[in-house]
Design a protein around this ligand. Structure first.
Ligand code: ATP
Ligand code: MG
Ligand code: MG
Length: 380
């Protein structure tokens, strides 16, 4: 079976690595260069998108900001999963919020903004501080403002107004103001839903961000109540969208109550640990779901952590001398802060994982790889 993935980054790459043993062949479409490429070598197939769509059996994606014309072509073929509703909700925060409201899944109180008065109103409605986000763009915390006091309002509004003015009738730009949630921690859940509605959900993952970018994820024993809240949200949201594939949901944990931050209609950075913490990774399960194969086991087999490699072209080879530590490089050109790869580490017990993390902390400097040591200390 042949699968086309929209997007030719690391997520398509890791999907293809898991697809091959299932006898699934992946090609990727780079929406920037408009080339159909091999997901590992990025070698061009010298094919148009239309030709690739006609040739493959299934189409899926590694990101949600898919140009409308590309999405329309893919949907018209009847081969595209997870489906249009999911991409629209994942790519526009106002549609995402409407979905969350409709399904009754809790999320941060908000107000949509296109005019200055609405920004002023949102302060009285939601209070300060506010987290303000562009609805149609933004990842890794980009395209966001923090409004902490009223004297920042004019300055922030002028930047917002510039963004709104760059929109067109066909592609309007809108802004959302959210109440700043005083969370205890951030967690996410990754799950897969197949074409007949069967669901397999991984254990909730705890995520640490640094300057808006995920730096470390931890998958260990999870409180059953938290897991159940995450499962409920996954079931409701995936059923409403008639979702097929892997879906990620990011949450704020506020004193044991989960509140959705955002959803991602795809495999997700906070699920990379599943490559070695479970019998069937998120990448394999996504391939299975869209190809119509049975979903694989999502149980936690080993407690695991994932450490992002941001902006570094290499790491000391000593990390690979620690047992159950693996590196995953994305084959990308080095750029400051860029996601270049990740490191997975697993163990049988929390104490053993802590021990390996402490060894890693000796090798990987805190300034480039924050939170390894403190995570180890919490596990002990
Ligand atoms: P991603 O790369 O995960 O797609 P993004 O750019 O879409 O990121 P968000 O996940 O919406 O951005 O926000 C980035 C981070 O900002 C969150 O992980 C969280 O730490 C913080 N944040 C966002 N919204 C709020 C909020 N309403 N209250 C408190 N913190 C928030
Ligand atoms: Mg996002
Ligand atoms: Mg996010």
């Amino acid at each position: 079976m042949n699968i086309l993935v929209l997007g030719a980054g690391q997520l398509a790459r890791m999907m293809s690595l898991e697809a091959a043993p299932l006898n699934l062949n992946v090609r990727a479409y780079d929406v920037g260069s408009k080339q159909v490429v091999h997901p590992l070598t990025l070698h061009s197939f010298e094919q148009t998108l239309e030709e690739a769509i006609a040739l493959v059996d299934v189409i899926t994606c590694e990101f949600e900001h898919i140009p409308d014309d590309v999405l329309a072509l893919c949907c018209a073929s009847g081969k595209f999963f997870p489906g249009k509703a999911a991409i629209k909700a994942g790519g526009d925060r106002s549609i995402e919020k409407a979905l969350l409201d409709k399904t009754g899944v809790p999320s941060a109180p908000y107000k949509l903004i296109t005019e200055k008065q609405q920004l002023i109103d949102s302060v009285s409605l939601l209070g300060l501080p506010l987290v303000i986000k562009t609805c149609q763009a933004g990842y890794d915390g980009k395209g966001q403002w923090r409004l902490k006091s009223l004297d920042q309002l004019d300055e922030i509004w002028s930047e917002m107004a510039e963004f709104i003015a760059a929109g067109t009738e066909a592609f309007p730009h809108t802004i959302i103001a959210e109440k700043m949630i005083p969370f205890n921690r951030e967690v996410s859940v990754i799950g897969a839903r197949d074409k007949t509605g069967n669901i397999a959900i991984y254990p909730v993952t705890e995520n640490q961000h640094t300057d808006g970018v995920l730096t470390l994820s931890l998958a260990a024993e999870i409180d059953l109540n938290i897991q159940q809240q995450a499962i409920d949200a996954f079931n409701k949201l995936s059923a409403t969208m008639d979702y097929v594939g892997v879906l990620a949901i990011e949450f704020f944990d506020v004193d044991g109550k989960l509140m959705v931050n955002e959803i991602a209609p795809r495999v997700h950075n906070s699920g990379h640990w599943t490559q070695q913490g479970t019998a069937c990774s998120q990448f394999e399960n996504h391939m299975r779901a869209v190809a119509g194969l049975p979903l694989g086991d999502t149980k936690l087999q080993k407690v695991s952590a994932m450490i992002n490699v941001l902006g570094q072209a290499s790491i000391s080879k000593k990390v690979l001398s620690i047992s159950d530590v693996k590196s995953h490089w994305y084959g990308k050109e080095q750029r400051a802060g860029r996601k270049m790869g990740h490191i997975n580490v697993s163990a049988e017990t929390n104490a053993a994982l802590a021990n390996k993390l402490l060894q890693l902390a000796e090798i990987l400097p805190e300034q480039d790889y924050p939170g390894i040591k403190s995570t180890a200390q919490r596990l002990l």
